[in-house]
Each structure stands twice: as structure tokens, then as C-alpha cells.
Design a protein around this ligand. Structure first.
Ligand SMILES: Cc1cc2nc3c(=O)[nH]c(=O)nc-3n(C[C@H](O)[C@H](O)[C@H](O)COP(=O)(O)O)c2cc1C
Length: 315
């Protein structure tokens, strides 16, 4: 007869992200796998903990002119400019597919004003298949973008205004690393009523063509992502966790250069409850599934029964 005190050989990967029940902590990072159909033929979406869409704004956006993406050492620089189909086409054309994917859906939301964010959230919150709304408050690559995320008070006001529109789904606020102290904006988001935080968005950066003496991106500057930013992201997750989120019991979605299970473990130990994979999808679209399998093996080898035992356990 099996010893009931023995640690089960299949570790429990499930987590609760402020009300979103996820079968594992692996998510996609916004903007790196479209609205789902672009990615679904490469990966079984139902094996993910959650799928995060690219940004949705009130009106359609064409985004920036090319070049919009350049490769950098251990990273990638993008200035897509939040190109998207806009709210109404998203609801009509993209939601029916998202209803069928078999994992929680989180929609990334952008806007230029309180009213924009409120209108998009009010329209999306009642839709059953949408489990979370992630406010992208830091539009680093859009010339006309208001940057709510660099000022803690403005961020708190924005989240406070949007909060009443989000009654059914989980309200997530995505923080920018382009600040002096990310704990201050984390405090602002939490004070405004955020249920969860995404940490981090891309780092503002630039690459220059030495033949033409011009920026390599048409937008001049862009957002840096990929393994190059991972240590920055791990630090910021840990800082937000210890200075603001742990005490408030607000879970963190950690992201920034995650490509392997080791990277994911770093983020979990630093204080993340879930982890998102973005730039690594362009190299291996199945990487979140490999990370998930590696995480399960790691837990088994260490005799741990649940992934939750790793969260915030940095010594
Ligand atoms: C091509 C590209 C497009 C992105 N688009 C969005 C977006 O629409 N909304 C958003 O909040 N973040 C966007 N991001 C940021 C990512 O979601 C993520 O926060 C960042 O890239 C760090 O993770 P990574 O290093 O795993 O890519 C984008 C990143 C890339 C590379």
C-alpha cells in the first residue's frame, strides 16, 4: 500500500492569480503571439496557464512605420507602436476564437486617457471568456502616448478610475521599468485597486546604424526585451515583491527574458506567482511548454509537491 505521507511524484503546478485559476504558471507575454490564431497552430494553447493577447485600444492603430524590430545582443528592440484592430473588431473577430482555446484569456488594454481605458474595460469585462484585463499604462513606443506609469500618483488615479468598470475579471496593471523606483509605481497601482501586477514591460533603448548615422528603428527609440533584460527584470520583481506586493497580497506576473525553466525558477523565487514568455517565442514558439515540463522535473527532483512552494523563497 502506498505511504500516504510520501510526496506525490507529479508536482502540482496550479496557481491562483488573484482569482484566475491557472493549471500552471506559464503565460504568453502581450504582443508576442497576436490574438491567438497566429500562435495556435504552433502550440496547444490549452496547455498554457493563460494566454495574453496583444494590446487592444479603443480605435484601430496602424502602428509605427518599418523598421519596427531589430536584433540586439541577447535581445530585441521593438517599436511596433501598438498596432491593433481596435476594440470593436477585437470583440467581433477575435473573441469567438479566444472562447475556444481552453485556457484563461487575459486581454492587454491601452489608451491615452482615463476615458479610453474605462471604455475598453467596460466593454470587455462582461465577456465570459476573458479572465483578466491587463492595463498597459506605459506606451513607450508611441509618440502620442501618455505615460501614466512613470508617476505613482497619476497611475493610482488611473487605476482608481478604471476599477469600478472591472467587476468580473481580474484587473492587472503592467509596470514599466523606465522609472527611478518601480516600488513607488507598484504602490500607486495597488492603492488604486490593482488585483495583480505584471513586471516588467520593455526597457527604453536605441540602436544606431554606423553606416547611415541614423537610428536603426524608424521610431528612433524602442523597447528592449529578451535575455539581455532578465537580471533587471528579476531584480524588479523582487523589489516590487518585498517593498509592496507581498504585504498587500497582490500576485506578480514576472517577465523579461524568460527562455528556460531555470529562468522561470529565478522569477518565482524572486516573488512572482506566474511567469510570461515573450521574446523567446520568436526563437521557439513552444518554449512555454518546455519551461513548464522543466519546472515539473525540477520540483520532482527537489521533492517539492507544489510550484507554490517556490514563490518568494529567495534566501
Ligand atoms: C514585439 C513585441 C511586442 C510587444 N507588445 C506589447 C503590447 O502590445 N503590450 C504590452 O503590454 N507589452 C508588449 N510587449 C512587452 C512584452 O509583453 C514583455 O513585457 C517584454 O517583452 C519582456 O518580456 P520578454 O523579454 O520575454 O519579451 C511587447 C514585446 C515585444 C517584443
Amino acid at each position: 500500500m502506498a505511504d500516504p505521507t510520501e510526496t506525490t511524484s507529479v508536482p502540482d503546478l496550479s496557481i491562483d492569480l488573484a482569482g484566475i485559476a491557472m493549471r500552471n504558471p506559464l503565460m504568453t507575454a502581450s504582443g508576442t503571439s497576436g490574438y491567438g490564431p497566429e500562435y495556435a497552430h504552433l502550440v496547444d494553447l490549452h496547455r498554457l496557464g493563460a494566454f495574453v493577447t496583444k494590446a487592444v485600444s479603443p480605435e484601430p492603430r496602424k502602428g509605427n512605420p518599418p523598421e519596427r524590430v531589430v536584433e540586439t545582443p541577447s535581445g530585441m528592440l521593438n517599436a511596433i507602436g501598438l498596432a491593433n484592430v481596435g476594440l470593436e473588431r477585437f470583440v467581433e473577430e477575435k473573441v469567438p476564437f479566444l472562447e475556444s482555446i481552453g485556457c484563461p484569456v487575459i486581454v492587454n488594454v491601452i489608451g491615452h486617457s482615463h476615458e479610453d481605458f474605462c471604455n475598453v474595460c467596460a466593454r470587455l469585462d462582461p465577456i465570459d471568456c476573458i479572465a483578466g484585463l491587463e492595463l498597459n499604462v506605459s506606451c513607450p513606443n508611441v509618440a502620442d502616448g501618455l505615460d501614466f506609469a512613470t508617476d505613482a500618483r497619476r497611475l493610482e488615479e488611473l487605476v482608481h478610475t478604471v476599477r469600478p468598470e472591472v467587476t468580473r475579471s481580474t484587473l492587472i496593471v503592467k509596470l514599466t521599468p523606465n522609472v527611478t523606483d518601480i516600488a513607488e509605481t507598484a504602490h500607486g497601482a495597488i492603492a488604486g485597486g490593482a488585483d495583480a501586477l505584471s513586471v516588467i514591460n520593455t526597457l527604453q533603448a536605441m540602436a544606431i546604424n554606423v553606416d547611415t548615422w541614423k537610428p536603426r528603428l524608424a521610431n528612433r527609440t524602442g523597447g528592449l526585451s529578451g535575455p539581455a533584460i532578465r537580471p533587471v527584470a528579476v531584480y524588479m520583481v523582487n523589489h516590487v515583491y518585498t517593498a509592496a506586493a507581498r504585504e498587500a497580497n497582490v500576485p506578480i506576473i514576472g517577465m523579461g527574458g524568460i527562455a528556460t525553466w531555470r529562468d522561470a525558477v529565478e522569477f518565482l523565487l524572486a516573488g512572482a506567482t506566474a511567469v510570461a514568455v515573450g521574446t523567446a517565442l520568436f526563437i521557439d514558439p513552444r518554449s512555454p511548454l518546455h519551461v513548464c515540463d522543466g519546472l515539473a522535473d525540477y520540483l520532482t527532483k527537489r521533492g517539492l509537491s507544489s510550484v507554490r512552494e517556490l514563490i518568494g523563497r529567495l534566501g
